[in-house]
Design a protein around this ligand. Structure first.
Ligand code: F6P
Length: 507
């Protein structure tokens, strides 16, 4: 049987169904079914998922679930939970689940017992974070890393502001010297520790920033490294006991659960880090056990597929109504676009259907005063996830009520549009889909759930699209070319424009 999802009966049925749905307005679906919200929302462990404001009927949902079934999502999910090497192009497992205590307990990867490795890593995170938190000389930590070695710990650190009682953490990712200069300007070497976070310990941006930091500190005494390339970290000058290993089966964009999460444990304490893992584990259990009809990440993925492949919507917005989640859209951009931005399938064939959409986002209410006009009245339809929080971690209730009122108003306006108006330019049709995730509070537990939820959503989409979500060959090409441009001598691979601009830059 072909692995091209378009060949399946379920895909073809959905194509026909999408045609028959043309002209369906959510206003009518709500009018016909006063119970629509009740039927189309789910709750699990302090998280509510409302998907009533999507352009779907119960038939659509059933057909999408059938697509998941025929695409073998369940057996791929089992392979991931069993630590199998599902990242085929790199011959690696994608076993970040093990880091939070999910997945098969007795898995060995390349001869190593994973349970033992995870236990040891947790022990290291606990002892190193405690040592740094207890050292009253250390007031500031600089995490040097990029991509997954930056975004994961950064989003957790920023989101858990009210839990952070350890040293301040600064995140340096960009190789633009302006960033590290600004960060170091406010710091003193005696009071600063550095964590060089790089799975490969080969990433140009990270190594360049690390060398600048070492020159500034004049010693590597307060340097720590998180890497699977422990030899390179030691060769850089970092003491063996300060090198925390990771492994190649931990993908960069799903690495916050590993030793990469060290800054989180330093800032918020090891207990909060463990609670983050527990929240993710609860979502893993839900993903593994709930039937697709009631499975939040699976349904989110299926809705995304419905819009991308059957309605030809090209973008997806992530709109957290929580200031501390301001980096969340950037985190999801990496998680989703680096994973599912693919045009070759798992069998090496060129793909002739759409895969990952463009993801963008911003916090509410700021987004309302920036790009949401286009979401309401523009010519593209942009499905959106609204993320709202029930209990704030401050006592400004008036602010919180206004914040959430705005989120509800936006989802309603997107759906209903405005039918009656005194002027034609004030009228618009609505029917713009959105889902709402309501978290009880923004604490380590719920944040762990939220991050794991989006990981599984990404995974399900990748399986249905028959792509490998765990490699990133496009990014690798950019890294190689940058190194070639920097190399002295002739540049046989540089094209005409690159050569001309190089010359101008060097004049
Ligand atoms: O952006 C590409 C990428 O390979 C990411 O997947 C990874 O998180 C990032 O580079 C950083 O890589 P490393 O941790 O090896 O420095």
């Amino acid at each position: 049987m072909s692995n091209n999802p378009q060949q399946s009966r379920e895909w073809k049925a959905l194509q026909a169904h999408a045609k028959s749905m043309s002209g369906t307005h959510m206003r009518d679906l709500f009018a016909k079914d006063p119970d629509r919200f009740n039927s189309l929302h789910l709750r699990t462990d302090g998280l509510l998922f409302d998907y009533s404001r999507n352009i779907v009927t119960s038939e659509t949902l059933k057909m999408l679930v059938d697509l998941a079934k025929t695409s073998d999502v369940a057996s791929w999910r089992d392979k991931m939970f069993a630590g199998e090497k599902i990242n085929i192009t790199e011959n690696r497992a994608a076993f970040h689940l093990a880091l939070r205590g999910s997945g098969e307990r007795s898995v060995k990867i390349d001869g190593e017992n994973i349970k033992d490795f995870v236990q040891k890593s947790l022990g290291q995170i606990e002892s190193v974070s405690a040592k740094i938190r207890d050292d009253k000389n250390i007031t500031d930590i600089v995490n040097i890393g990029i991509g997954g070695s930056d975004l994961g710990p950064r989003i957790v650190y920023e989101t858990l502001q009210s839990f952070n009682d350890g040293p301040r953490i600064h995140f340096v990712s960009n190789v633009d010297g302006a960033r590290i200069t600004t960060v170091l300007k406010g710091l003193k070497p005696a009071n600063t520790a550095f964590i060089v976070t790089s799975k490969t310990f080969m990433t140009m941006e990270t190594l360049t920033n690390a060398i600048t930091a070492k020159d500034w500190a004049k010693t590597t005494k307060n340097f720590y490294a998180v890497s699977s390339n422990t030899e390179a970290a030691k060769a850089f000058g970092i003491a063996q006991e300060n090198v925390l290993p990771m492994r190649d089966w931990i993908g960069g964009r799903t690495s916050v659960w590993s030793t990469v999460g060290l800054p989180v444990a330093i800032a918020a304490g090891f207990e909060n880090f463990k609670t983050l893992l527990a929240g993710a584990r609860a979502m893993d259990d839900h993903f593994r056990e709930a039937p697709f009809e009631k499975n939040i990440p699976a349904l989110m993925a299926l809705l995304a597929i419905w819009y991308r492949n059957f309605m030809d919507f090209r973008t997806h917005a992530i709109l957290p109504y929580a200031h501390n989640l301001r980096k969340f859209p950037a985190f999801i951009q990496q998680l989703d676009m680096e994973s599912n931005g693919k045009s070759v399938d798992r069998d090496g064939n060129d793909i002739d259907y759409k895969t990952g959409p463009i993801i963008f986002g911003e916090t509410g209410t700021n987004a309302q005063h920036a790009f949401m006009q286009l979401m309401h009245q523009g010519t593209d339809i942009i499905p959106a996830d609204f993320i709202i929080v029930k209990n704030p971690d401050h006592n400004l209730d008036d602010h919180h009520r206004k914040l959430n009122a705005n989120a509800l108003a936006q989802t309603q306006a997107l759906m209903q549009g405005r039918k009656k108006a005194d002027k034609p330019y004030k009228k618009f049709d609505g029917n713009r889909p959105s889902s709402t995730l309501l978290l009880d509070r923004l604490d380590p537990w719920h944040l762990g759930m939220l991050l794991a939820l989006y990981e599984h959503r990404m995974f399900v989409q990748g399986i249905i699209w028959n792509i490998n979500s765990f490699d990133q060959w496009g990014v690798e090409l950019g890294k190689t070319l940058a190194n070639e441009i920097l190399a002295p001598g002739a540049h046989p691979t540089a094209d005409q424009t690159t050569l001309a601009l190089m010359q101008i830059l060097e004049e």
